[in-house]
Design a protein around this ligand. Structure first.
Ligand SMILES: Nc1ncnc2c1ncn2[C@@H]1O[C@H](COP(=O)(O)OP(=O)(O)OP(=O)(O)O)[C@@H](O)[C@H]1O
Ligand SMILES: [Mg+2]
Length: 346
């Protein structure tokens, strides 16, 4: 291959990567996202230093868009430098697996940009965190993957971590928004004081085909996605029949839906086509999402009769299967964690 051919290939690959990045960054402002933003905004802007801060927990199954809510809100209040001090209006971080007060304070210090986040005792680090939060002007803390607080094998430790968070809120008066799976509600069962501070909840749910408004929202989401995709032509995702197939394929859950749509877009990008077609959608579903055990019928196949499927309530069965799958305890991860702890203790 000549040098100029190689350059051409690199350029073509760069163009394709760039296009796929655009697809990956695509975001749709659907009602669930908007409502969650409103709830966060209320905690953020109406918490007063003279009263208990207004905290909130945003709960939902995997893939419903919790982290997207967090990132969207945080992006509205970017960090800025004021002389030597960085102004950080919103501090956001992800709770590590099996958190302890030590790992949690380190996570927050690191998110604040403290290069010496691992130096000192937990007490010293906590004092440093309290001072840094004030110095950086932090107005709101967003904590993702809060369900990591709910480790059933370590109830005492988990209580201590929850208590550490409660004290941090009491000392700083900064409102905190937690994001996590339903299992994070278990933490509140074991720590009444923390539960009271997070009694305000917002549930982010998958779309529901049987609910008129939610079905409209789902189809509205699909219409906007199609408009935003950087192609000359894309299937009419929002048209009732294709929307129904996409619903059955994803259970109304954004994580699965976007995997299918991104996969379909990638197929067209790889082929150098400026159009996505329904065959791309079916292929993406089969490659990225289909689990024959979970989903007996391929909703994009010719044999799939939409009218009969809707009558047989296949959409509801699909939704329930996805929810069950998402909320089932994962024995592999639990036993992996137990094994790790065993190794650490040895
Ligand atoms: N409003 C949206 N517009 C476009 N894509 C979205 C939107 N919300 C979520 N997604 C996509 O769906 C996928 C899952 O979203 P996200 O990671 O926010 O879910 P999650 O609830 O945090 O999941 P998990 O519990 O597994 O962390 C991501 O690929 C994300 O880009
Ligand atoms: Mg997430």
């Amino acid at each position: 291959m000549t040098k100029s051919n190689q350059t051409d290939n690199h350029e073509a690959l760069d163009r394709k990567r760039h296009l796929f990045d655009e697809v990956n960054r695509l975001k749709v402002y659907h009602p669930g996202l908007e409502k969650a933003q409103e709830r966060i905004k209320r905690c953020h802007l109406f918490s007063s230093k003279n009263a208990e801060p207004m905290c909130l927990s945003i709960v939902g199954m995997t893939g419903v868009g919790k982290s997207t809510v967090k990132e969207t809100y945080a992006a509205k209040y970017p960090r800025s430098s004021q002389g030597a001090v960085e102004h950080v209006p919103i501090l956001y971080a992800t709770v590590p697996e099996g958190p302890t007060p030590k790992t949690l304070v380190e996570t927050l210090l690191r998110a604040l940009g403290d290069g010496a986040y691992d130096k000192g005792s937990t007490v010293t680090k906590t004092s440093r965190l309290v001072m840094s939060l004030a110095a950086c002007g932090v107005e709101l803390i967003l904590l993702d993957e809060f369900h990591h607080f709910a480790d059933r094998n370590q109830p005492k430790l988990m209580y201590r971590v929850a208590d550490w968070l409660k004290v941090l809120i009491a000392e700083t008066h900064i409102p905190v928004v937690l994001f996590g799976l339903e299992s994070c509600l278990d933490v509140f069962k074991h720590n009444e004081q923390l539960a009271r501070r997070f009694s305000a909840r917002f549930a982010l749910n998958p779309f529901d085909w049987d609910d008129d408004q939610s079905r409209k929202d789902f189809r509205g989401f699909l219409k906007t996605v199609a408009k935003k995709l950087p192609f000359r032509r894309v299937p009419l995702f929002h048209e009732r029949e294709l929307a129904f197939r996409l619903y059955v394929a994803s259970g109304g859950c954004l994580g699965y839906l976007m995997r299918i749509i991104r996969g379909a877009a990638l197929g067209a990008i790889e082929d150098g086509r400026d159009a996505v077609d329904e065959a791309d959608v079916e292929r993406a579903y089969v490659e990225e999402v289909w689990d024959a055990e979970l989903q007996p019928a391929n909703p994009f196949s010719k044999e799939f009769d939409v009218v009969k499927a809707e009558k047989d309530r296949e959409h509801q069965k699909a939704r329930e299967r996805f929810i069950r799958k998402a909320t089932a305890p994962s024995p592999d991860r639990a036993s992996a964690r137990a094994a790790l702890r065993g190794r650490r203790a040895a």
